[in-house]
Design a protein around this ligand. Structure first.
Ligand code: SF4
Ligand code: SF4
Length: 426
């Protein structure tokens, strides 16, 4: 068969030269490394003096792209996680295991481990047997170093990286953190030394999950049966496949959509001045992107969009400050010489805005709105963005004859009510 036009997937070549096929691998590597580096670097970035993304366990606070969410606002995180899950399910249904092949850090780590193993000449059993102990020890140390980096990277989402290193060096790392560091390092080390692709094939829950989600419209690598006659049975597509799949036999759930087989076939066939046989297709019936419009994708899209709208509405309605009140555990109340009662309160003020703010607190009777006198830390409360401040104050009232319901109001400098907390005394 002679091809006189520019074949699909090949770039123009000079006369007399073999055609240079367009390869996907450089793009795949950029995507993989981009995601891995992003996950590695995110904890190092700050916004408004706080980490870009970090969970502060002692303060029960989540820092997320300039927003400071306290534990009581975690419904926003839940909504975000749900929307993300729906998005992930939708992407998997549409694009198959494209996350595994093009973005997942586990794939990047495995590629890196395989590359280093090959550099040391330890990739095949025969080659490995010929090499000395030194190369093998270097390889294990490399795995250990990678495993430690991944484990530390995970902890940076809980402890700021610079702080993490300083407490690690000073030996003041909390024992629970040590346990996490050691266990995760060990798990990643075993993954790199023993499992690698087996992890993607047999252990990764997302891989298993994908088998349920993939349907006849999912993006897949495909070799159309009418193209099989052009196959020269060179086996390149099988040799490069990290999952040991023979794509000529049709779609297999282990396929991570990496496109290595596509590249290999393009290179082989380019030497024959022919286009590659393998291509990405939505489903295998040849309907193209039209396959994507079906009930499952529509339902998932509607679910995801609904969650995004609810999330945006909830985030927009979010108060810029919060006030929590409780009666002091140490001294609840005391009767004064003049017969009045002093009730001691603890309060927590949280500035949820992204700027410094100044607050004050007032109290009133819940039933008739009459003001009640407060003494203590109730004015000039200056809080940085995201700061949470504990304060103590005293309410002086006549001894109530029955239960007295009180509203404590948090106000800003222009006397706008920002938050109300209720309490009662009797
Ligand atoms: S069949 Fe092709 S796309 Fe699928 S995992 Fe193997 S090389 Fe990657
Ligand atoms: S690389 Fe292409 S030509 Fe070679 S065996 Fe695979 S499908 Fe056939």
């Amino acid at each position: 068969m002679h091809y006189s036009v520019q074949p699909r997937g090949q770039s123009r070549e000079k006369p007399g030269q073999s055609p240079r096929p367009t390869l996907l691998s450089p793009w795949r590597r950029r995507c993989q490394w981009g995601t891995t580096l992003l996950l590695l670097l995110i904890p190092w970035f700050h916004i408004n003096g706080n980490s870009l993304v970090r969970i502060d366990i002692p303060d029960l606070t989540l820092f997320f792209f300039g927003q400071t969410l306290r534990i009581e606002e975690l419904y926003l995180v839940l909504l975000f996680s749900l929307a993300l899950t729906f998005g992930f399910l939708l992407i998997t249904m549409l694009l198959g295991r494209v996350w595994c092949g093009w973005l997942c850090p586990q794939t990047t780590l495995t590629d890196l481990a395989e590359w280093f193993t090959a550099r040391l000449g330890l990739s095949g059993k025969k080659q490995s047997d010929k090499k000395g102990v030194t190369q093998k020890v270097i390889l294990q140390l490399f795995y250990l170093l990678l495993a430690f980096l991944v484990s530390a990277n995970l902890l940076w989402y809980f402890i700021e990286p610079l702080n993490f290193f300083s407490i690690l060096v000073s030996g003041k790392l909390h024992y629970a953190t040590w346990i996490c560091l050691v266990v995760v390092t060990l798990v990643i080390y075993l993954d790199l030394a023993l499992l690698r692709r087996l992890m993607c094939k047999d252990f990764c829950p997302y891989g298993r999950f994908q088998t349920v989600l993939a349907d006849e419209s999912t993006l897949t690598l495909h070799l159309p049966p009418d193209e099989l006659e052009r196959c020269i049975k060179c086996g390149s597509c099988i040799r490069v496949c990290p999952m040991e799949i023979d794509i000529r036999r049709g779609y297999q759930v282990e396929c991570i959509n990496c496109g290595r087989c596509l590249d290999a076939c393009r290179q082989v066939m380019a030497k024959r001045n022919q286009p590659g046989l393998i291509s990405y297709t939505f489903g295998t019936s040849g309907k193209g992107a039209k396959e994507l419009i079906n009930l499952r994708t529509l339902l998932l899209s509607i679910g995801m969009l609904t969650l995004i709208v609810i999330l945006l509405f909830a985030a927009y309605q979010r108060p810029t400050a919060s006030l929590k009140i409780s009666i002091s555990h140490f001294v609840a109340s005391r009767t004064l010489k003049d017969g009045n009662r002093a009730t001691f309160f603890n309060a927590w003020v949280n500035n949820r805005s992204d700027t410094k703010a100044n607050y004050h607190i007032k109290a009133r009777q819940a039933d008739n709105g009459s003001p009640l006198p407060l003494k203590g830390q109730i004015s000039q409360l200056e809080l940085e963005a995201g700061e949470n401040l504990r304060i103590d104050f005293v309410l002086v009232t006549a001894v109530p004859e029955s239960k007295l319901e009180i509203e404590f109001i948090l106000l800003d400098q222009s006397d706008t009510e920002l938050a109300i907390a209720e309490a009662y005394i009797h």
